[in-house]
Design a protein around this ligand. Structure first.
Ligand code: SF4
Ligand code: SF4
Length: 368
């Protein structure tokens, strides 16, 4: 007989259950799954069994060992959402919005001192809070990336409560739409970690490289399509296979590298962050892709006053992506903008602001 406590699970990160549930391999999938808040298909997937396997047979007849059951339970519990973390995300987004819209732009100041309008300190504080509190303290879930994936996992019956997954996804998308991708820019813990590494002052001399958006976005979209084809069993023939499970860098915040590929993904993403801006976000993250599409509907975002813009290129140079280039050139679908505020500091003629679409009368009409 195993219990969650006996398995050592209670001593792991805070998102995990405090209840003590008895499990053993004489039980069937249909006995165990409801106690863990997953469907029989969801538990079968965690046990690396076909998701349509019999749910009534004792686990030992399905050749499941105690170790495999232990591992599956631990992984399922590591995905339990911490409610507190939703509040932390909302608070960090609010901090970013207030700073970008109001506090970063004092009234009646000289344009020449624009560099001082948006000091980096509030941004760095938000990033540090994100990594420490929304990351290591509260564990990996919920996070924007998993919110997208769980909606699709629900569609193949891996969760008993699809509507809850849709609501969680809606929460992150709403935050991404209120401020242009601001949940990624200011609150996502793995995004914040990459941003901090990219911004380390002592490493500023390392040559930073901007990648063509068409390349990074195509790779990101290919990952997403591969995820759908594998998850629905259209290729591979194994319904319920989740490619992101093997490259989920948020596991870092539980210090849980169950597959070597996860550790490798984290190491590569963080090393590459020294020279390329947020590589995981640009190349892989499904929320990065979805929120890039959602940017078209964002309420607050970078706007450029066409009348004032002299096309000097200062914002293009400051932007770590091709976002500012798209802005200046009036592209309909420019690269991701993470609301990082770098461009806000450099415009010599005060043509760039972080404002709402409703401000068309005040500013020009080019929107990211
Ligand atoms: S794109 Fe980056 S910042 Fe946004 S959810 Fe994904 S990892 Fe986080
Ligand atoms: S510098 Fe680029 S990514 Fe940052 S806010 Fe400006 S346009 Fe967006």
């Amino acid at each position: 007989m195993l219990t969650i406590a006996a398995l050592g699970i209670l001593s792991s990160p805070p998102s995990k259950s405090k209840e003590s549930i008895d499990f053993n391999i004489n039980m069937s999938i249909q006995d165990v799954a409801p106690k863990l808040g997953v469907t029989g298909k969801g538990l079968a997937r965690e046990l690396e069994l076909p998701i349509d396997i019999s749910k009534k047979k004792p686990l030992k007849l399905l050749k499941v060992t105690y170790e495999e059951l232990d591992h599956a339970i631990e992984h399922i519990l590591s995905h339990r959402d911490s409610m507190l973390k939703y509040y932390v995300y909302a608070a960090l987004v609010l901090l970013g919005l207030v700073f970008l819209i109001r506090l970063g732009r004092p009234d009646g100041v000289d344009i020449k001192s624009r560099r001082d309008w948006y000091p980096r300190t509030p941004y760095i504080v938000s990033l540090l809070l994100s990594v420490t509190v929304a990351g290591f303290l509260l564990g990996k879930s919920p996070n924007p990336m998993e919110a997208v994936v769980k909606v699709f996992k629900s569609m193949v019956g891996l969760y008993p409560d699809p509507m809850i997954k849709v609501i969680a996804f809606g929460f992150f998308i709403i935050l991404a739409v209120i401020g242009n991708k601001i949940i990624c820019g200011w609150a996502c813990p793995f995004g914040a970690l990459q941003e901090l590494i990219y911004s380390i002052p002592i490493l500023r001399k390392i040559k930073k490289r901007k990648l063509p958006f068409v390349v990074t976005n195509t790779i990101r979209a290919c990952f997403f399509i591969a995820m759908l084809l594998l998850l629905f069993g259209i290729i591979g023939g194994r319904k319920g296979f989740v490619i992101y499970h093997y490259i989920n860098p948020f596991n870092l915040f539980n210090l849980d590298f169950e597959a070597f590929s996860i550790l490798l993904t984290v190491i590569i993403a963080l090393l590459v962050s020294f020279t390329i801006y947020r590589p995981f976000c640009q190349f892989i993250c499904p929320f990065g892709l979805v929120s890039w599409l959602a940017e078209r509907f964002s309420i607050f975002h970078i706007r450029i006053d066409k009348e004032k813009c002299t096309q000097c290129g200062a914002c293009l140079k400051a932007c770590p992506l091709e976002a500012a280039k798209g802005l200046v050139n009036g592209k309909k679908m420019p690269a991701d903008c993470f609301s990082c505020a770098r461009c806000l500091n450099v415009c010599p003629v005060d043509a760039i602001q972080y404002t709402s679409s409703l401000n068309k009368g005040i500013l020009g009409s080019r929107k990211l």
